[in-house]
Design a protein around this ligand. Sequence first.
Ligand code: BG6
Length: 477
Amino acid sequence: MFPKDFLWGGAIAANQAEGAYLEGGKGLSIADVLPVGEKRIGKVKLELKKGEFYPSHEAIDFYHRFEEDIEMLAELGLKCFRTSIAWSRIFPNGDEQEPNEEGLIFYDRLFDKLKSKGIEPVVTLSHFETPLHLVTKYGGWSNRKLIEYFDRYSKVVFARYKDQVKYWMTFNEINHTHTIPFLAAAIDITDIRDEREKLQTLYQASHNMFVASAKAVLNGKAVNSDNQIGCMLSLSPIYAATCNPNDVFESYQLRRRSLLYSDVQLRGEYPKYFSRITKENKLELLIEPEDLQIIKEGTCDFLGFSFYRSSLHESGMKILGNTGGLLGKKNPYLEETEWGWPIDPLALRYVCNELTDRYQKPLFIVENGIGVRDALDVKGNIFDKDRMGYLKDHVVAMAEAIKDGSDILGYTWWGPIDIVSAGTGEMEKRYGFIYVDKQNDGSGSLTRKKKASFNYYKQIIQTNGEKIDFTDYLGEV
Ligand code: BG6
């Protein structure tokens, strides 16, 4: 039922895996100043503090160990591997004229290694790792200066990797600009009290990113018209908490708050409903005359999205979110992970249908997975049944969506090897099929070890999603 060239894969982000945060000429990125803890995505200190532990500085040391890691991922059978280029490896401050050759060489080696193993790289240009200098000097994406710097960066990497990379995405979870603005748009709005001003900053940053994304698409196509360049959103669905029409309508509006981002990036224009938002909030966005033409021409080829959970909305409730999407009310019909993320595979089928109906463009599920606190048994084995169960149910849901008519290019499991959590900076919120011996406080030998789910995902890939039973992998039960 899965197309024969379906891209089964895994996904990571540079800042959550590479470490080597100042090696090879790299500059600081916004991820490098985030300490451990849930508060890290709120009010942020823009400099390093002595004595504080910063998980991205070493992460899982992928920078030095990628060759052995890719050997393991090849054994897993991955057809594709999604990672990001750390912008601050290429332009350490973000605003230089010339790129850092050592940074470019690192990704030459990484992509060559993937290609040598028959694994297709899928590359995000900006995954929560804007160079820090672009925040301290320019204030992040609300400043349109960043369009110019991103344009330069994208031209350099499209040209450099034109023979190695075909699948690209511009901004990771661009719609998270509303809920986690520092990660998604490199802006800190925590001190802005005035609601209008907050929205003005958010939407100005969004507009600048739309123009930057469209320019990047045009740059990528100019280098190689075969390049497939997607946008990327977090699109876990929002259910109305009751059939009260107020709950239903407000949930719909909230959904549009996200879909605005794919509407613009896939259709090439602002939708009508956005005029009402700007009018009612008295927004005065700085839109240069050429911007709308650039947005029109630089539309994306596919819609990449992350899916972890669904959420439940009641009208009037405070709208909060984290890396998995919105934080709504508790859904009594769903179980939750240890981190309180509802498990809802049917919602994946729902969202694929919703997006297919809306856009009729290919979809790429570029993040899906479950964070689990893995336990090693006396022999040191990890029988991660919950992860296998989650994987199975989501593969089934995806297969159903394909039968419903969705055109899905591929599926990249989030964190096939344990990496640092973006939301909390923890290591113990593990997604991997490969265990990395590293703990929340930074201790650990960094050795890698297969979990039971490793062979299970391998089976799924080998059988192209046909054999999804995992009883063979449960150990002695
Ligand atoms: C997505 C991000 O929001 O969720 C990833 O694109 C992130 O970077 C993933 O890691 C899972 O979130 P967390 O907080 O569990 O790492």
